[in-house]
Design a protein around this ligand. Structure first.
Ligand code: HEM
Length: 403
């Protein structure tokens, strides 16, 4: 679902070596690329797409621009479902999963998610300062996920270790990206994820609960249930797709709002603006900068030849600031009328968890601004963004709570 964060070009990652200023403010780089080479061949990698038209075209043809396992290697032993499944099988899985994560289902989370947000805020509100990432943006989505799985919140450390072992094994091991140690940790973690969910599924086979895993066990399409391995492959993907993405989005949104008091004030004064603000900040920040594809055959995009086997990097952040799609694309406007952003991707693989993510983000922004209307980045601190998925690992914040 994402490009792995990387510091080297070893794995052909186009974000390799991105300087801190560009990671924090990638929009000017996207603009420059889009205006000169909207479809850019990159030696030893493939092509990078930055123009909206080319990106829309690639998303419309998922058979040519495949998402199969060679598009991104996370040491999973089988394809992640549905992310690494091409047509026609992909449709079967979305038919099962879409209703489970539909807006109507996610609306039921209103009360428990509001409680989770307030419990987290209770933990630091009297202090006037917080490390936003450590105490809010990292634990919150994992807690929501634990709740959806019917698991106790004290499983949090195990969950964080599992996702970090896959997504940032270089940082966990302290060894370079692409090293043997990193791959070994990814392999071990992948196996532990399969084993962990296998154990819980055994329990749910015996006794169903009101949770996601029980729904997966009972789901049917065309009279057929999912097999155990298929459910495991879905769980694996949820773990790596549904946690860091929300964390990164919260980081990007709160960093923006902390540094733009006039925008923040609009949300404090009129919370009804929050849903539109979430969309606009998703557009502008595009926390998942890009997604990867593999060309399944020789083809051509925007006049640029693409060879079978080439990696195709689809730069969502660029599509989201393309003037051909957005009026006043460089301005953050919470009153934008049409906002066809691609922060959740596009085409058949468009984010399955977008309704869940929106629910989490809207509630987080609403409760936070109700209780903490004034905040800023701690004086003297420069926020450092990771590339690929734009999270901020250390985010010291000072704030003044509401009376
Ligand atoms: C703001 C938070 C999120 C962002 C920005 C985001 C972004 C994305 C993007 C860009 C894709 C497309 C990947 C591609 O085309 O290769 C995607 C797919 C996906 N996302 Fe999300 N995501 C978020 C939250 C979530 C959550 C909470 C879940 C939890 C279930 C989730 C589950 C998935 C799944 C399962 C897919 C694969 C869909 C498919 O292949 O059909 N995402 N997401």
């Amino acid at each position: 679902m994402e490009t792995p964060p990387s510091d080297t070009a070893a794995d052909g990652n186009p974000f390799a070596g991105m300087d801190p200023e560009t990671a924090a403010n990638p929009q000017p780089m996207f603009k420059a690329l889009r205006e000169s080479v909207p479809v850019m061949p990159v030696e030893g990698v493939g092509v990078v797409l930055t123009g909206r038209a080319a990106i829309d075209e690639a998303f419309r043809d998922p058979t040519t621009f495949s998402s199969n396992m060679s598009a991104i290697d996370l040491k999973n032993v089988r394809p992640l479902i549905p992310l690494q499944i091409d047509p026609p099988d992909h449709k079967k899985y979305r038919k099962i999963l879409d209703p489970i994560l539909a807006p109507r289902q996610m609306a039921l989370l209103e009360v428990p998610v509001t409680r989770l947000v307030n419990d987290l805020i209770d933990g630091f509100v009297d202090r006037g300062e917080v490390d936003f990432a450590r105490e809010f943006s990292v634990p919150f989505p994992s807690q929501v996920f634990l709740m959806l799985l019917g698991l106790p919140l004290d499983e949090l450390p195990r969950f964080l270790a599992m996702k970090d072992g896959i997504i940032r094994p270089d940082q966990v091991t302290g060894s370079p990206y692409g090293s043997d140690a990193m791959h070994e940790l990814q392999r071990e973690t992948a196996q532990s994820i399969y084993d962990y969910f296998d154990g819980i599924l055994d329990e749910r086979e015996i006794e169903r609960r009101d949770d996601l895993l029980s729904q997966f066990l009972d789901a049917e399409v065309d009279g057929q249930k999912l097999q155990r391995t298929e459910i495991l492959d879905i769980c694996f993907l949820f773990l790596i797709a549904g946690l860091d993405t929300v964390t990164a989005t919260l980081d990007c949104m709160f960093a923006f709002l902390a540094q733009h008091p006039e925008h923040r004030r609009q949300l404090v004064d009129d919370p009804a603006r929050i849903p539109a603000a979430v969309e606009e900040l998703l557009r502008w920040e595009t926390p998942v900068m890009g997604v990867a594809r593999i060309a399944a055959r020789d083809t051509n995009l925007g006049g640029c030849p693409i060879n079978q086997g080439d990696q195709v990097m689809v730069m969502l952040g660029s599509a989201n600031t393309d003037e051909t799609e957005f009026d006043d694309a460089e301005t953050v406007r919470f009153d934008r009328e049409s906002n066809r952003h691609l922060a959740f991707g596009g085409g058949i693989h468009r984010c399955l968890g977008s309704h869940l993510a929106r629910q989490e983000l809207r509630i987080a922004l609403r409760e936070w601004h109700r209780r903490i209307p004034e905040y800023s980045v701690a004086p003297g601190h420069t926020l450092a963004y990771t590339s690929g998925i734009r999270s901020i690992e250390h985010f010291p914040m000072n704030f003044v709570p509401a009376n």
